[in-house]
Design a protein around this ligand. Sequence first.
Ligand SMILES: [Zn+2]
Length: 341
Amino acid sequence: MIIDCHGHYTTAPKALEDWRKLQIANLSTPELGPKAADLRISDDELRESIESNQLKLMRQRGSDLTIFSPRASFMAHHIGDFNTSSTWAGICNELCYRVSQLFPDHFVGAAMLPQSPGVDPATCIPEIERCVNDYGFVGINLNPDPSGGHWQEPPLTDRHWYPIYEKMVEYDLAAMIHVSTSCNACFHTTGAHYLNADTTAFMQCLSGDLFKDFPTLKFVIPHGGGAVPYHWGRFRGLAQELKKPVLQEHLLHNIFFDTCVYHQPGIDLLTRVIPIDNIVFASEMIGAVRGIDPTTGHHYDDTRRYVEAAAIDPEQRFKIYEGNARRVYPRLHAALQARGL
Ligand SMILES: [Zn+2]
């Protein structure tokens, strides 16, 4: 089985975007709506939006199951207040849940959180509970910078975030550390802000001792870990200077990298530098980079091709495709086992 740990509902029917536009237009007069119930999208519309997009590509490329979360760039936690984010997260998560019900063999949910800049992350707990208990979600997307590129929250190692971590540990949930759209003109959303955040999250964890407090906490750092694998020597050296344990002990029981690196040399480097046990297959499809690489004739985000061509053995490939995801997402493993998989 090939589990893709990183997919977003980027192809949701346009009614969702229209709803959001109206919500933003009425930020100062929320009593004018829209209400969550004003969004009406039929099962047929959902089915069509998936079958002709993500599911079609999954079938073509040979992946089986996608951990599916709301469109990351649309989370836009910087817009409005907690109530804005709460209603928005609620409807986005519900759509991913409905997709997982329509295609139970191919999609399982991961939750967007109703984060808002400067607001206690504990306010996200009810949505996490709902997504796990009612929707069967297996992970969350945690935004380390709900300000959208201005980095106003404390680092991920700060106690500020502990209510989320306590809930993650209680529920055995992994968090993908995933920012949203950049509203800082210096940072292109997917080309700079995402990769900066991946690198930043890793360095925050390196300089702290978070996993002493939460030894079973699991973070997936997406987009191949940003700059981390490429600069592994720098991070090893910094850990040494900071008198931290070696990275394998300090961070690699808890941090995993996905394979959303859109060329062969990147995957070759990732699989050589990072222990195979810390790599989970992902494509972030359909997402940031949708084109075809003229040098290969294949889509950049067809990441299975790179993993197939990497110089690793079948057992290592199995870990990347499936084995590691079952460890990182224990609730997914349990759900699959319950279905005899
Ligand atoms: Zn993503």
